[in-house]
Design a protein around this ligand. Structure first.
Ligand SMILES: *Cc1c(COP(=O)(O)O)cnc(C)c1O
Length: 447
């Protein structure tokens, strides 16, 4: 996944007595490029993970900042090779931190937002409306009026609303191309039976209606057929979208020259997962043979940020049920990573202070929430002797973990730190119980 000009290509590759990158074994592939082992301990961005857990508390989301910057720059630079107007967007929902949107902007990416809230995050990062695209299957009237470069129109009801509100905007039409691909049912979005988009057969009609509105300009088509697609060009979405674009251009009688093929580039979460193309490589592959009069947009989220992040938890309770299994409980759980309960996502786990010892003791890793489904791993392997207080690492949690965090059981949401050259900077402070109480009314009538 990491190209030859990777700035980390020279990371330690020779085994050392107590560390180096090779000490991570097969885990190295799913950890950020700066991840290494020193004295048995995991180090990211030259910051010791055990020290980070002490300094910032746990649970904690830790990112390798250079890795975030590298993946964003790779995509931005690859898109420069496309026809005029081609661009990369970061789907900010995958990691909606102002610090991350800033990194995307500095790398030359725009931002894909799906709500007014995400638009506010991007705007707080100093991103101009010219670099913002808004999509979503049920935008509010306020959202339809947000300043953006392109609005992705999702339904005929939305066309009615645009007409009624008189919104002045450049639009793409969201197409459901009728392609069933991707991982879990809940992360597929391109089939006909989807809440997203307008069926390919009705797209020309939608474009005609939009073009007839005095303040609306139809610029192109948009599709996003799902997440965790390992090789983008194999989905066939380009072969649906390019002919459809020509049809739409003919029907509206204006140049319509933009195609957004969505995000959904894959991320290996476990050591067995296949190696997908990176966003940059996906862009280069698609642009090879791409028509030179059609601007291409790609908008990955997960693949730009997933591998750069890990989560640190502290182990609190180890409960062995003789002949059945061992439960290892940590100080977070479904509040900081809902993906396993939600879609049976799988991750790799290891101890931060024994990063070179994967271990072979089968355990179930659970959180502290009042749900039996609060499970981080149905089955994982950890070292034989596990002590309360040790720091557990979950790999590849950079995407959709912070984003989907909740404060269930009034467990405050974790902090986010970005690590680079031995410096850890706080990107999002830990939520407090006071933050939670601040929204509430009290018995004395105050609030
Ligand atoms: C979620 C989403 C993305 C990003 O998906 P990833 O799987 O994170 O790359 C891109 N485009 C649209 C329309 C989305 O809904």
């Amino acid at each position: 996944m990491v190209p030859a000009d990777d700035p980390y290509a020279d990371v330690e590759e020779t085994p050392e007595a107590d560390g180096g990158r090779t000490a991570l074994g097969p885990l190295a592939r799913i950890l950020p490029p700066s991840a290494t082992v020193e004295g048995g301990r995991l180090v990211i961005g030259d910051c010791d993970a055990v020290e980070l857990a002490e300094r910032f508390g746990t649970p904690l989301y830790v990112y390798d900042e250079d890795s975030l910057r590298f993946e964003c720059r790779e995509l931005a630079e690859a898109m420069l090779g496309g026809p005029e107007g081609s661009q990369g967007l970061f789907a900010v929902k995958a990691f909606p931190a102002v610090a991350m949107a800033t990194i995307a902007r500095e790398a030359g990416l725009g931002i894909l937002c799906s709500t007014g809230g995400e638009h506010a995050v991007a705007t707080a990062a100093g991103i101009e409306p010219e670099r913002l695209v808004l999509h979503g299957n049920n935008k509010s009237e306020d959202e339809l009026r947000l300043p953006v470069s392109r609005l992705v129109v999702d339904s005929f009801d939305e066309i009615d609303r645009l007409e009624r509100l008189g919104v002045d905007v450049d639009v793409w039409v969201r197409v459901t191309p009728g392609i069933e691909v991707g991982g879990h049912e809940f992360i597929r979005t391109g089939g006909v039976d989807s809440k997203f988009g307008i069926a390919a057969a009705q797209v020309v009609e939608a474009a005609r209606r939009l073009a007839a509105l005095p303040n609306v300009r139809v610029r192109g088509l948009h599709a996003h057929v799902g997440s965790q697609l390992l090789v983008k060009e194999e989905t066939g979405v380009r072969d649906v979208m390019l002919p459809l674009l020509r049809e739409v251009a003919e029907a509206v009688g204006e140049p319509v020259r933009e195609v957004d093929l969505g995000g959904g580039m894959g991320l290996p979460y476990t050591v067995e997962d296949p190696e997908p193309l990176s966003p940059g490589d996906t862009a280069r592959t698609l642009l090879d043979g791409w028509p030179d009069d059609v601007a291409l947009t790609l908008e990955p989220g997960r693949a730009l940020v997933g591998r750069a992040g890990v989560t640190l938890h502290r182990i609190g309770t180890v409960k062995e049920i003789e002949g059945i299994r061992t439960y290892v409980a940590v100080d977070g759980g479904m509040s900081d990573n809902i993906r396993t309960p939600l879609y049976g996502a799988r991750y790799e786990f290891f101890l931060a202070n024994r990063a070179d010892h994967p271990g072979s003791r089968p355990v179930r890793i659970v959180g502290k929430h009042c749900e039996s489904g609060d499970i981080l791993a149905l089955e994982a392997s950890l070292p034989e002797a596990i002590s309360p207080g040790e720091v557990l690492v979950t790999a590849a949690t950079g995407a959709y973990c912070f984003a989907m965090a909740s404060n269930y059981n009034v467990v405050p949401r974790p902090a986010v730190v970005l690590c680079r050259d031995g410096e850890a900077r706080l990107a999002v402070r830990r939520e407090t119980v006071e933050d939670f109480l601040r929204l509430q009314a009290f018995p004395d009538g105050s609030s």
